[in-house]
Design a binder for this molecule. Structure first.
Ligand SMILES: NC(=O)c1ccc[n+]([C@@H]2O[C@H](COP(=O)([O-])OP(=O)(O)OC[C@H]3O[C@@H](n4cnc5c(N)ncnc54)[C@H](OP(=O)(O)O)[C@@H]3O)[C@@H](O)[C@H]2O)c1
Length: 270
């Protein structure tokens, strides 16, 4: 009896330590590592790939053999990222597609047409909506119209327009997976984050609805809600991504089994 108790206690302590030190919740951790075959030779379009989480995702996906399309406004930074990518298809099969998410529907339509034409018109398998903009914190009442519009344009209107242009191609090819980098701020509002939080709630609302409309048509939608992540741009000036593992773990979603609603919204915390 005592031995059983000690075993139980040891398991409990092990889980507790894992819980305290984990980058992600147990649902996500239980997915394990990404299966290479889900990524290799797939065409993956990552926005916001010029730095931060997008850059890290691009590196991980390249190392798993993806063919990549990387986007942001700063072409020089995208070139820098491309040169650092290694993997079966990198840097040869890495296309730089500069875009400004605030540039309007017509310009985004052209970007989608270009993306669709890359790699002998193979089509986009995964669209990772990662780009976003967080303005300096201000109280909800101090928010300016300019700040509100600027944030919503990058974080909400741009990704939605891009999605509306891209999904018809995905429907034609009968497959596709949209991954949206939302935020814990899209679930739990915090002081000083009213506009950013509003933008992420909006993203959640749109993409959860989209999932319900597309789930029987071969298109998957995953909403990722990370907590704060120390990126190379953060105020500490550190050049290391603190929680690389959690983004690697995010890729475990690409095992094609995440149709159940509980896995469609992934909650990460540092
Ligand atoms: N870091 C965190 O703590 C955290 C926590 C939760 C969720 N997230 C989410 O994770 C994602 C990435 O965050 P991050 O911290 O890595 O961001 P980041 O370092 O600020 O990078 C943002 C990326 O978005 C691009 N971007 C900004 N405005 C754009 C525009 N108008 N058009 C096209 N691209 C634009 C930027 O490139 P250019 O400037 O070259 O255009 C950059 O590549 C975001 O969706 C963010 O909301 C981050």
């Amino acid at each position: 009896m005592m031995i059983l108790f000690l075993i139980f206690l040891a398991i409990f302590i092990a889980f507790f330590i894992k819980f305290l030190t984990a980058d992600a919740d147990f649902t996500l951790l239980s997915k394990g590592k990404v299966k290479r075959e889900e990524i290799e030779d797939k065409v993956i379009w990552v926005t916001g790939a010029s730095r931060g989480i997008g850059e890290i995702l691009a590196k991980q996906l390249a190392s798993l053999g993806a063919k990549l399309i990387i986007s942001a406004r700063n072409e020089a930074e995208l070139q820098r990222v491309k040169q650092q990518l290694t993997g079966k298809n990198a840097p040869r099969n890495v296309m730089i597609l500069p875009l400004d998410l605030t540039s309007g529907e017509e310009s985004l339509r052209v970007a989608v047409e270009k993306a669709e034409s890359f790699f002998d018109a193979a089509g986009v398998d995964y669209m990772i909506h990662n780009a976003a903009y967080e303005r300096p914190k201000s109280t909800a009442l101090d928010v300016t119209e300019e700040s509100l519009k600027a944030t919503l344009d990058v974080n909400v209107v741009g990704p939605i327009s891009l999605t509306r242009m891209l999904v018809p191609y995905m429907l034609k090819q009968g497959r596709g997976h949209l991954v949206v980098m939302s935020s814990a701020a899209g679930k739990t509002p915090a002081p000083g984050q009213a506009v950013y939080s509003a933008s992420k709630f909006a993203v959640n609302g749109y993409f959860h609805t989209l999932r319900s409309e597309l789930c029987r048509k071969g298109i998957k939608v995953t909403v990722v809600c990370p907590g704060p992540v120390e990126t190379p741009n953060s105020r500490t000036g550190s050049t290391e991504m603190k929680s690389l593992q959690q983004y690697f773990a995010t890729m475990a979603l690409f095992d094609g089994k995440n149709n159940s609603s509980d896995l469609d919204q992934i909650n990460l915390f540092p």
